[in-house]
Design a protein around this ligand. Structure first.
Ligand code: FE2
Length: 232
């Protein structure tokens, strides 16, 4: 018989670029991390308060402004800086993303915990495994939510979308690294649920099993086929 879950998990659409922010935490501890808090920081904090959940940190998938705040095309997006003003917490990023994060958001080095791939954050009965998935940016990371006897949740940022993957034609992008990162994600069990960083599809989630069958970027037979898909 499956055990009851300690997982607190929320997906929230934010902003004008179809971004998805997340909260990952523990019901028994009543604590959670905010993933990619941008566009509507107060809305995310209000949701946590309504759910009687204390936010204890921010998790960053990658340093692009639509995920962490900053100026883009002359438009100011609120994000980590606004979060730290209202509710100071540590920011967890891959160590390769720290310099870009400081440049884009203006937060200081002392606010950021730079992680290696494979690090684990534990919150109650919930583990959040940091999977380094370079390609879209050098320090892109996905979060695998692990809990005993439960199916995993993969919060994938701009690495993997439903039937798509992140752009690899941006500064710091690396198409070959993206191919390897997707190969890594393909090793996750089929019952893992994918939660993307943007709502580019009618549904906001899918199983990895379905994605392995239908997502052309996961189905590329070789790195050369993948690179030709990506125009690289
Ligand atoms: Fe991005």
């Amino acid at each position: 018989m499956p055990q009851s879950s300690d997982l607190y998990f929320a997906q929230q659409p934010v902003g004008e670029m179809a971004n998805l922010a997340y909260m990952i935490g523990s019901l028994s501890e009543r604590k959670a991390y905010l993933v990619d808090p941008a566009w509507n920081v107060q809305g995310l904090l209000d949701q946590a308060a309504k759910d009687e959940i204390e936010i204890i940190g921010a998790l960053v998938t990658h340093y692009h402004q639509d995920h962490v705040g900053g100026e883009i095309f002359g438009h100011q997006i609120e994000g980590l800086a606004a979060l730290l003003e209202r509710h100071p917490v540590p920011i967890h990023a891959n160590k390769l993303e720290v310099d870009g994060l400081i440049k884009v958001t203006g937060v200081s080095n002392s606010d950021i915990r730079g992680h290696d791939g494979g690090d684990l954050l534990q919150i109650g009965g919930i583990g959040v495994r940091l999977i380094h998935t370079p390609g879209h940016t050098p320090g892109s990371q996905c979060f695998l939510v692990e809990e005993a006897d439960q199916s995993g949740h993969l919060v994938a940022g701009d690495t993997l979308f439903l039937n798509g993957c992140g752009r690899v034609d941006l500064p710091g992008s690396d198409p070959r690294a993206m191919y390897e990162s997707l190969e890594t994600l393909k090793t996750l069990p089929d019952d893992t649920t994918l939660y993307p960083g943007h709502l580019y599809s009618p549904e906001g989630q899918d199983s990895m099993g379905d994605q392995k069958r239908t997502n052309p970027y996961l189905r590329a037979a070789s790195v050369d086929v993948f690179l030709s898909f990506m125009g690289a």
